[in-house]
Design a protein around this ligand. Structure first.
Ligand code: SF4
Length: 415
């Protein structure tokens, strides 16, 4: 009888994907959904904040109480906490994500081991995930060369490296042939694609757009300095979604310096105004409560954010991560204040999003992604959500919506 393995995944999309790869690479073992009957437990860990680390630790404690399974640790936490956990004999083996395709070999080791793997590893496969039958996530690069002071990612995911162009194009061509029309290019730092292979994101996107069946290309988060002159030339292309997510992280020039960011507020503003003039909806990431964010700097950040044509926001309260420069910075910001600030900036962007939708004149180009209680949910070219009531089965369809109602939370139509 085959031995049973249970996978416990923490963290982001990348980890979910890595767990999928491990599961599909298993040959000599069987997957179980039940921790209690597992002979081995693989923890695919996240280490992005101290909180993420303690979740992994408390999961190990729980397993120690209830199970006799051998515990293996992989994922980002393997690099930061792996050796310590192994020393404490709390895990049997530690391996880096580059070893995931060799999962059988890892699980078969009798002696405790630490194998951090290769931080320069590039996956063979590029398809990351699918939403329904119409949108595919394509991983085009991994790792990051930036060194933002609060971020551990470059230390656990390595420097930026690009996936093979031919492989990306081949995968997309195959998916387009099977009916996929929208492709979302993802990675740790998507905009750095091509720097190591003497090409660029804009060049790759132009090639993807030429593939038959490709209707819309979307990007994960890019950095302001990655919107180069070459990239600006593709802004009017019909296949580029009219929504870009450009990570600012803050809008106070002093805070950007403290956070060791490469963007500069004045230039960010010019860039956003250019994109706005071309009809783009613009999203960003924002961290509130990073050490050093005094009331004065916060107010400056809010004043600047009000001036920016923003429509979407991923905001986070700062979360300390040992091993980063920010972890020792002072003065720290009280957690309650960080949350209030988060709430304030979220409210501002919700309002801006509503204004944007109200002032837009034209049709919405919608890709319907899912159905819930008889209502269809989709996203338009500005990455705004729309709910559509219809008796027809619209799942996976592309629609041009002319008449719709702009509600405060999202757009709404009846077809
Ligand atoms: S660009 Fe993103 S992944 Fe890279 S160091 Fe900064 S926050 Fe981390």
């Amino acid at each position: 009888m085959k031995k049973k393995v249970y996978f416990k995944t923490f963290g982001c999309r990348t980890n979910l994907y890595d767990s999928q790869v491990m599961m599909s690479s298993l040959k000599e073992y069987e997957i179980t959904q039940n921790e209690d009957e597992a002979d081995s437990i693989v923890i695919n860990s996240c280490t992005v904040t101290n909180g993420a680390d303690s979740h992994v630790r408390s999961y190990i404690s729980q397993v120690e109480k209830t199970s006799k399974a051998k515990v293996f640790l992989t994922g980002c936490g393997a690099h930061t906490k792996g050796e310590k956990l192994l020393e404490e004999k709390r895990v049997h083996g530690v391996f880096g994500q580059s070893e995931k395709e060799q999962i059988d070999l890892m699980l078969s080791q009798d002696k405790p081991f630490y194998n951090p793997g290769d931080l320069n590893h590039v996956d063979e496969s590029v398809v990351d995930d699918f939403i329904g039958k119409s949108r595919a996530f394509i991983k085009i690069q991994e790792g990051c060369n930036f060194r933002c002071s609060y971020c551990i990612i470059p230390f656990v995911r390595g420097d930026a490296r690009s996936m093979d162009e031919a492989r990306i194009l081949e995968q997309i061509a195959r998916l387009a042939l099977n009916g996929f029309g929208e492709f979302i290019l993802t990675g740790t730092n998507v905009g750095s694609y091509g720097q190591d292979t003497k090409t660029s994101l804009a060049k790759l996107m132009k090639k993807i757009a030429q593939i038959r069946g490709v209707r819309r290309i979307r990007l994960g988060s890019v950095e302001p300095i990655q919107i180069t002159d070459e990239f600006k030339e593709i802004l009017d292309e019909p296949w580029l979604e009219k929504h870009l997510h450009i990570a600012l992280q803050h809008t106070s020039p002093t805070m950007l310096k403290i956070m060791n960011r490469r963007n500069v507020y004045k230039r960010d503003k010019e860039l956003f105004e250019l994109l706005d003039s071309k009809g783009f909806a613009i999203g960003t990431d924002f961290i509130t409560g990073h050490p050093g964010e005094s009331e004065e700097l916060w107010l400056e950040g809010m004043k600047n954010a009000k001036e920016l044509p923003l429509t979407h926001m991923h905001s986070f309260t700062y979360s300390k991560r040992d091993g980063t420069a920010s972890a020792t910075m002072k003065p720290e910001v009280n957690g309650k204040i960080a949350k209030q600030r988060l709430h304030e900036i979220d409210k501002l962007i919700e309002q801006k999003n509503y204004e944007f939708r109200k002032s837009f004149v034209g049709n919405l180009e919608v890709l319907v992604e899912s159905e819930k209680d008889g209502l269809y949910h989709g996203y338009d070219q500005h990455f705004n959500k729309i709910i559509i009531e219809s008796d027809e089965d619209l799942n996976g369809n592309w629609l041009t919506v002319k008449n719709y109602e702009v509600r405060e939370d999202c757009n709404y139509a009846q077809l």
